[in-house]
Write a new protein. Structure first.
Length: 485
């Protein structure tokens, strides 16, 4: 009851008399600033009395204003004042301790026990702080680790926390940590939370980029060239009109296309009058770019295995005025028997999509090691077919470009390394002036040294979708038997 609390407060006050008489002016100031203690006049009197007490505390004297103020307060109010002051002091001490922890780089961070973890709704603030601490430990593991804890203990905790914080399954987080450094993994995860810039590609069959840019700017589109590496790309910042419904779009002057998908077409570099195969053509961005590079000469076989995607492919070919393309619907593995030899082949293979998480967040939780293994198996079969479709005796060609929108090594370097042993081909320069080199080793497995001529592109480095591009030159039309045949 209130009476009982009042009696208890009086007993507490008796016990705290010595403490109250020796309290500093700083403590009294804290009391004076609290809400709900009394009216404004009482608070002003408390401030004045605390200043006097700070100067005369050693003599134990108190001003008359302080005495009258304290007499007006009920015992329970005085107790509330003291309790609030204790809480404020405890919070200040906690903040100081946290600051000291952050400043001292050589502190040892103790991993939480499993029974300390909350089974309820995750506290994202606490998880974020723990992620920062674990990253700090892993950067200087020898000096900062907790005794008896292995590096794997910290990595497992970090994997679980990153999966919770960013919404991934544990497999994909651990895969990134095995592929990149801890810092780069963090950068990649953050980049995947940001939408990629909207890019459009000028259709040079109908218009020049400068003319297109002027027309769109006049319609209220804010844009810039996508970069020095492309002569046809435009980066759209914002627009007062729907960018996919302008008169210029309807007339086929441009196509909405991710910047990363320019790269395999640039690497293939088809020549006028050649026969070219695009093995996985829908929705037509790359096929129409190839047609523009060839100036509508020669022949492009635009193959798409999924019938439901044929409509979008045909629509884009017609809208952009590509007259040198023939659409077909075959399993890519059967194309060598259907089409025969061509001068160049583009295989933008079906993949796990780990490079386009910003566009498709379902990848975060839907992919597993089995999915990547299945993709890699299909990719190897398709690349074998692509090589077999290419004519090594072509006077101008004999090239195959393999690309994916995945950053998984099993779908990229491992596939290319496999084809080097299966067919008489070699890796050549893609002609792309930027991008990171391909991996020549991964998880204890070494690839052919020439694999480093492949190029990797990342969201956190190049501000585009994750992509892999490798250009191959076919040396002869014979196969290379191996023990795997």
């Amino acid at each position: 009851s209130a009476k009982k609390r009042a009696e208890e407060s009086e007993e507490d006050d008796d016990d705290d008399d010595d403490e109250s008489s020796s309290s500093s002016g700083e403590d009294e100031d804290e009391f004076a600033g609290l809400d709900g203690v009394g009216d404004d006049e009482d608070e002003d009197e408390d401030e004045e009395s605390s200043e006097e007490d700070g100067s005369d505390g050693e003599e134990g004297s108190e001003s008359s204003s302080e005495s009258s103020s304290e007499e007006e307060l009920l015992p329970i109010e005085r107790k509330a004042l003291k309790e609030d002051a204790r809480r404020a002091k405890a919070q200040e001490d906690a903040r100081a301790e946290q600051l000291e922890t952050n400043i001292q780089d050589d502190d040892v961070y103790q991993l939480p026990d499993s029974d300390e973890e909350d089974d309820g709704i995750p506290d994202l603030s606490a998880i974020q702080m723990r992620i920062q601490e674990i990253v700090r430990v892993l950067k200087d593991f020898k000096n900062r680790r907790e005794s008896g804890k292995s590096r794997n203990d910290y990595v497992e905790r970090l994997t679980a926390d990153l999966a919770t914080y960013y919404g991934y399954n544990s497999f994909l987080i651990r895969y990134f940590l095995d592929t990149f450094s801890v810092d780069e993994t963090m950068e990649l995860l953050e980049a995947n939370e940001q939408q990629r810039p909207v890019t459009i590609r000028t259709n040079t069959l109908k218009v020049r980029r400068r003319e297109l840019a002027e027309s769109l700017i006049n319609r209220g589109v804010n844009l810039d060239p996508v970069g020095k590496w492309s002569k046809v790309g435009l980066l759209v910042y914002d627009s007062r009109v729907p960018i996919g419904a302008t008169p210029e779009y309807m007339a086929g002057h441009y196509i909405l296309q991710s910047a990363s998908s320019f790269l395999p077409c640039m690497a293939l570099a088809p020549q006028e009058g050649e026969r070219v195969l695009d093995m996985a053509a829908a929705p037509g961005g790359k096929t129409t770019y190839l047609a523009a590079l060839m100036r509508n000469t020669g022949m492009i076989f635009a193959n798409e295995y999924q019938k439901k995607r044929l409509n979008s492919l045909v629509a884009n070919l017609q809208r952009l005025g590509c007259t040198n393309s023939t659409v077909c619907n075959y399993d890519g593995r059967a194309l060598p028997k259907v089409i025969g030899h061509v001068d160049r082949v583009l295989l933008d293979a079906p993949c796990s999509g780990t490079g386009v998480i910003a566009k498709d967040s379902s990848v975060k939780t839907s992919k597993s090691a089995e999915d990547i293994a299945k993709c890699a198996h299909l990719q190897k079969e398709l690349l074998v077919a692509a090589i077999d479709c290419c004519d090594a005796n072509s006077k101008t060609g004999g090239y195959v470009v393999y690309s994916t929108c995945s950053i998984a090594v099993e779908e990229n370097e491992a596939v290319v390394d496999y084809i080097l042993r299966k067919r008489d081909v070699k890796i050549v320069s893609s002609g792309l002036e930027f991008g990171r080199k391909g991996f020549t080793s991964y998880r204890g497995k070494n690839f052919h040294p020439s694999v480093e001529m492949a190029r990797r592109f990342y969201p956190h480095v190049h501000n585009m979708d994750g992509f892999f591009v490798c250009k191959l030159k076919k040396l002869s039309n014979r196969t290379v038997p191996t023990s795997n045949d």
